[in-house]
Design a protein around this ligand. Sequence first.
Ligand code: NAD
Length: 371
Amino acid sequence: MNSSKKFSRRAFIRTGALGVGALSLGSTLSALAACSAQPQKKLGIALVGLGGYAGGQLAPALQQAQYCYLAGIVTGTPSKAVEWSKKYNISQKNIYNYQNFDEIKNNPDIDIVYVVLPVALHKEFTIRAAQAGKHVICEKPMALNARDCEEMIAACKKANRMLSIGYRLHFEPHNMEVMRLGQQKVLGKITSMDNGNGFKYGGDPNAWRLKKALAGGGGLMDMGIYAIQGARYTTGMEPLKVRARQEKTNPELFKEVDETVFWELQFPGGLVTTGKSSYNNNWGYLRAKAERGSFELEPAYGYGGIAGKRSDGPLLFPQINQQQAQMDDFAQCVMNNKPTRVPGEEGLKDMRVIDAIYRSLDNSGNWETIG
Ligand code: NAD
């Protein structure tokens, strides 16, 4: 830069400063406020695994997000890469497959990797993403077992990257209200609770969800995790013991994984809650009784249409795009270096309960200690 340009730039800055000085204090403050309200740069998310949830929910939610956007994809299917790059305007340099995925470390467009694969692959891709220097969101259930969850948490800590689990209901207003009602004892202490979640599986009999090696389990891993979460976030306590039993009406279809599981969770102070999960029943509720009333949600755990009531009135809250809220929150956590409300530790706590339920099923329904 030559000296005349330097001079004119300095002159401009001075004139600008004088200009600001000439403004009234009120208008200066409002101009500054408008500046700080400017949206920050959005963080880039790469989705790993372009199946039903990534395509049906996460990609559309990312079109509405304020703090993050769909910057990249990781897929084993070349035709999906073509289709997604056209549909979402994803540049070729941000498209990876499972083999070259580690090269994502050299890509500054990608800040966050979101693992949306079958459960057995969550651990590998979470660890590879963290080692590539990316923050990670991993879908539920976090991994095949609690030990794998611990390894994932340790790997992200070691790489100094944040890890979050795709627990969208922590951002859903009705579920946030039952957290408040239960944890703050608004209607007194909870005296009993029952949670159920499941659906009638009518899909491909060869899908990964029915293979133990890929899914880790059946209805309990996939759907029961919401009912377990419901008990944990409503009471605000961690269960100490669990016992469980199961039913199988279609042993042919569910030969490798559980169909319907019933459990009781024992909490500190003596509260025992009941829960159930299924791949053969349409359930989706959360019900709590407290000392001075009761409250419930049904449907409790879906993407939308959440409804509920308390004994003294309705629960009226807006329906929101849960996935957008969840991803925007994590992006803000990354931007501001703040902890997420749904860290890997939250996924680990659920997997400790699930591991103990499977131990109880293997031990003729004995009470098993959790953790
Ligand atoms: P899906 O079967 O629709 O998609 C899985 C994707 O993984 C597919 O694109 C498939 O090609 C790919 N894949 C890569 N390797 C594979 C392998 N070895 N076997 C099978 N598929 C392989 O599954 P989904 O419903 O999108 O579920 C993915 C994850 O998201 C699961 O962990 C599931 O629990 C979770 N999920 C979460 C929610 C939620 O509300 N948070 C909802 C649905 C699914």
